[in-house]
Design a protein around this ligand. Structure first.
Ligand SMILES: Nc1ncnc2c1ncn2[C@@H]1O[C@H](COP(=O)(O)OP(=O)(O)OP(=O)(O)O)[C@@H](O)[C@H]1O
Ligand SMILES: [Mg+2]
Length: 170
């Protein structure tokens, strides 16, 4: 992570290694909980699945998260959190989404993490957007934005907590 990483929305953070990605994923998980919808964008290989795997690991997911490209959605129960890992790469239009048994927007405890998830935006007016970008073999940039007042408030609260933590550590 570098000094160029932003502390305002959209929040941009750069990872230079898998360890850094794991650290970022754990922070992101704390930011988006309890229960949230995160729509992930980014080219193939930009790190969407890897980031979700690390987010699940940070919640002590009992099994290794695998890409749901063929099944469209995998569900993992990690303690009090139910992760819906969605991959809509193969889905062309919104009609095909009716077969997915996804939670309602305000269903507490459910964390929807959707790769190629833009088609879900109309169903979840409030959500986080996470854009992944490859900057080199070991380097990935992640950019988070919050859509909707409640999600922006969640972001602000998280920043406040981070600032307080830093103040306590100093
Ligand atoms: N710093 C890093 N953070 C995350 N992934 C990294 C990093 N450095 C290298 N990688 C590699 O980048 C690849 C990312 O692949 P991944 O499957 O997560 O991409 P994806 O965005 O889900 O692609 P797709 O759209 O095909 O599903 C992995 O092979 C991972 O090991
Ligand atoms: Mg993927």
């Amino acid at each position: 992570m570098t000094e160029k990483d932003s502390i305002t929305l959209p929040w941009t953070v750069t990872s230079h290694s898998m360890d850094e990605t794991r650290y970022i994923a754990a922070s992101l998980t704390q930011l988006v909980l309890p229960g949230a919808v995160v729509l992930l964008r980014g080219e193939m290989g930009s790190g969407k699945t890897t980031l979700i795997q690390a987010m699940a690991e940070s919640l002590d997911c009992p099994v290794k998260v695998k890409s749901p490209t063929f099944d469209l959605v995998h569900i993992y129960d990690c303690g009090a959190v139910r992760i819906y890992h969605v991959d809509l790469y193969r889905v062309q239009n919104a009609d095909e989404l009716s077969i997915l048994d996804l939670p309602y927007a305000d269903e507490g405890g459910s964390l929807v993490l959707a790769e190629w998830g833009d088609l879900l935006a109309p169903f979840y007016p409030e959500h986080f957007h996470l854009t992944c970008e490859s900057l080199g073999p070991q380097c990935r940039r992640f950019r988070l934005d919050a859509l909707g007042k409640a999600y922006q408030r969640r972001w602000k609260n998280w920043v406040r907590t981070q600032m307080t933590k830093k103040g306590t550590e100093a």
